[in-house]
Design a protein around this ligand. Structure first.
Ligand code: SF4
Length: 221
């Protein structure tokens, strides 16, 4: 299966329960969700005129809307050039695509995988993929967070700036019906002081985990 890939780079995971894990980030192009504060708006459109060569999306940190068309075998070959063994598939919205061919090949070759999704698309991935759902509620694209996505999540990482976001999170958590442990992380939006203070207070109150986007404080990708 072919995937539109916006960029591939190696770094340290800066968000959620896996903060600190050396990771290769694979960013897919395409997202219709429409979050106003999105920091990867360049990934929203899959514009065929922006198709580019793979060399232009490897280890190039930028906000380009170009993408390369790669299948799972081509991706495996590229990913085997790095040291890290943990692959984070992000976007854009990676669950617009069937991630089973890619994640199954990666697990067969000794990698672990993680996906970061808004929860607005059905999740098709390897059974051992660590799924981070960062629910996007009421965005302009009009997509709803799916109950099936919440119940596949290993971690729910919720962006927060206001009390309304906390209420939204409680409503989402009420839809989680399985008994498996789900890590809940609050992530202040855009490192704002008020959002961070609110997140800290709610984490303590609810025994949730704080996710501060460590990479932004370290000023790394
Ligand atoms: Fe941006 Fe993610 Fe929202 Fe899509 S779901 S608009 S990529 S923040």
């Amino acid at each position: 299966m072919n995937y539109p890939v916006n960029e591939i780079f190696e770094t340290i995971q800066g968000e959620g329960a896996k903060t600190g894990v050396p990771s290769i980030f694979l960013r897919l192009q395409g997202c219709p969700v429409g979050c106003s504060w999105c920091d990867t708006k360049h990934t929203w459109e899959v514009d065929k005129t922006k198709l580019t060569d793979v060399e232009n999306i490897i280890n190039v940190s930028n906000t380009s809307d170009c993408w390369a068309d790669l299948d799972e075998q081509m991706l495996l070959t590229r990913l085997q050039n790095y040291s890290a063994k943990h692959i984070v598939i992000t976007g854009g919205e990676p669950c617009m695509y069937d991630l089973r061919p890619l994640t199954e090949l990666l697990h067969d070759n000794g990698f672990t995988t993680q996906i970061e999704t808004s929860g607005t698309f059905e999740i098709y991935t390897h059974k051992d993929t660590y799924v981070t759902v960062s629910p996007k509620v009421g965005m302009k694209g009009g997509y709803k967070v799916l109950e099936s996505a919440l119940n596949r999540a290993n971690e729910i990482k919720h962006p927060v700036a206001t009390e309304q976001h906390i209420e939204d999170l409680h409503a989402l958590l009420a839809q989680v019906t399985h008994d498996n442990f789900v890590e809940v992380c609050l992530q202040p939006i855009s490192q704002k002081k008020r959002a961070t203070e609110l997140a800290i207070a709610e984490c303590i109150k609810n025994n949730w985990r704080l996710s501060v986007q460590m990479h932004k404080y370290l000023m790394i990708d």
